[in-house]
Design a protein around this ligand. Structure first.
Ligand SMILES: Cc1ncc(COP(=O)(O)O)c(C=O)c1O
Length: 478
């Protein structure tokens, strides 16, 4: 028989495939390690298996026990698959922003899902890591997997991913490119390849540009599962033990737009459907390979499949709305209202801790056009060059609304503006057609919208401005 006795034998051992690169004979070949072909669909199957088996060996997890983890993503699925195959109970704590597909995948494996608010500082007792640790402490027979500090995470890659790449390339690999989330993949794989090659293999991290690993300020970004976000109120941001920085030679920042356009092209041009962090790794790998010679060999680890992101990165409407697509140049577009000079002006935006008195001053300064002035607000730090992302548009305040609240005694000038937020303003991508945007804005009964470019708020537009622009259609040549 040519068959496996257990599903667990189908974890890892993923294929390596050569990608077509823009070659005119220069540059190094790029090979992709397709982690979506592992049994559970991601690179995290490997650590799901290794962490559970190490816990079994040490006695921390016994028959009938419960596996607990805090994760929004693939580690939960990897652990839940292994737990199901081995007969353990599984509890996963997730942030409320997790996609329905991810939550439902965990439930499908029989895991119990506990949802807590996302976007909290690490110190907050409701942060998913603290909630999971608490559940593990209170539940008899429970074991907290803890991928950020569990040595079995990097070890899984030292024992499997690294040796596979060395064998598959016949020892010819010269550069490894991987994203860094917990750091387990890059640390374990990189360490093995450095040892096997006598230090010759160069290890390169690929990181969302806003992530702290590549020197970003830790503000939100759109590539899920890679990099490190830092909540502005997190006091102690110590990096995970799973990330062994001495293994990594350099970390390249990759813009969200580059990650996302890379995977969209890869699917259409080469038939490979992979997730956003794979785009980050590939964009970095292509950049590295372009500067090398044909005798060198780059391997990029592609952590998961694009099927988990069909409603986002592969959805034109989502991409257009977030301002990641340029739209149809034959029609007037929302972004046409925001020439470069105006985009450079700071967006009117209030930090949610600002006092109501300050909000009133900002709003009164914007009075005069007849319309009720309105300004978005949220947790993003304010300052020159700091455009909030669409994820940081928590709500908005209007002058009429604040004045009414003050008059009725429902608000005081010393209150935080965050306690008096109305609904967030509608958002449109800079590439969206102006006429359609105007119709949607009117349909929602709103007079002002936020314009997004590359997921960041770059300006406010009024219905009147959109109407003028839309009236000018069709636009002549561009
Ligand atoms: C899709 C995806 N990409 C990248 C990573 C980062 O891998 P690591 O945690 O090993 O650094 C993860 C980990 O959660 C992931 O799920």
């Amino acid at each position: 028989m040519d068959a496996h006795e257990s599903l667990l034998e189908l974890i890892g051992n993923t294929p390596l495939v050569r990608l077509r690169t823009p070659s005119d004979g220069r540059g190094a070949p790029v090979y992709a390690k397709l982690e979506y072909l592992s049994a559970g669909g991601s690179v995290k199957d490997r650590i799901g298996l290794r962490m559970i088996e190490e816990a079994e060996r040490s006695g921390a997890l016994r028959p009938g026990g419960t596996v607990v983890e805090a994760t929004s993503g693939n580690t939960g699925a990897g652990l839940a698959m292994v737990a199901a195959a081995k007969g353990y109970r599984m509890i996963v704590v997730l942030p409320d922003k997790s996609s329905a597909e991810k939550v439902n995948t965990l439930r499908a494996y029989g895991a119990e899902v506990v949802v807590r608010p996302g976007g909290l500082p690490l110190e907050h007792p409701e942060h998913i890591l603290n909630v999971a640790a608490g559940i593990a402490e209170r539940t008899p027979g429970a074991w907290f997997a803890g991928q950020y500090g569990n040595p079995a995470n990097p070890e899984a890659h030292y024992l499997t991913t690294g040796p596979e790449i060395w064998r598959q390339t016949g020892g010819r690999v010269t550069h490894l490119v991987s994203c860094v989330g917990t750091g387990g993949t890059i640390s374990g794989t990189g360490r093995y390849l450095k040892e096997a090659s006598g230090g010759r293999v160069r290890v390169i991290g690929a990181d969302p540009a806003a992530s702290v690993y590549s020197g970003g300020d830790g503000r939100p970004y759109f590539v899920e599962a890679a990099g490190r976000f830092r909540h502005p109120e997190t006091v102690d941001d110590s990096w995970p033990d799973s990330y062994q920085r001495e293994v990594v030679d350099e970390v390249l920042p990759i813009r969200d737009r580059d990650s996302l356009t890379t995977i969209r092209r890869l699917a259409r041009e080469q038939g490979l459907l992979v997730g956003g962090s794979a785009g980050t790794a590939l964009a970095a790998a292509l950049r590295v390979a372009a500067g090398l010679g044909p005798e060198q060999l780059v391997v990029a680890i592609l952590p998961d499949s694009g099927r988990q992101y069909l409603s986002k990165y592969f959805n034109d409407q989502w991409m257009l709305r977030q301002g990641f697509l340029d739209g149809d140049p034959a029609v007037a577009r929302v972004g046409d209202l925001l020439p470069a000079a105006r985009r450079a002006e700071p967006l009117p935006y209030l930090h949610h801790h600002a006092p109501v008195g300050e909000a009133l001053a900002v709003l009164r300064e914007r009075q005069g056009t007849g319309a009720d002035p309105v300004v978005p607000a949220g947790p993003a730090p304010v300052g020159p060059g700091r455009q909030p992302t669409s994820m940081e548009l928590a709500g908005a305040v209007s002058l009429a609304q604040l004045e009414a609240a003050l008059a009725a005694g429902r608000a005081a000038v010393t209150d935080r503006v965050g306690d008096h937020l109305g609904e967030p303003l509608p958002v449109f991508g800079a590439g969206e057609g102006a006429a359609a945007a105007l119709a949607e804005l009117s349909g929602r009964g709103c007079g002002t919208a936020v314009v997004l470019a590359d997921g960041h708020a770059v300006g406010l537009v009024g219905a009147g401005e959109l109407a003028v622009l839309a009236g000018a259609e069709p636009k002549q040549g561009r």
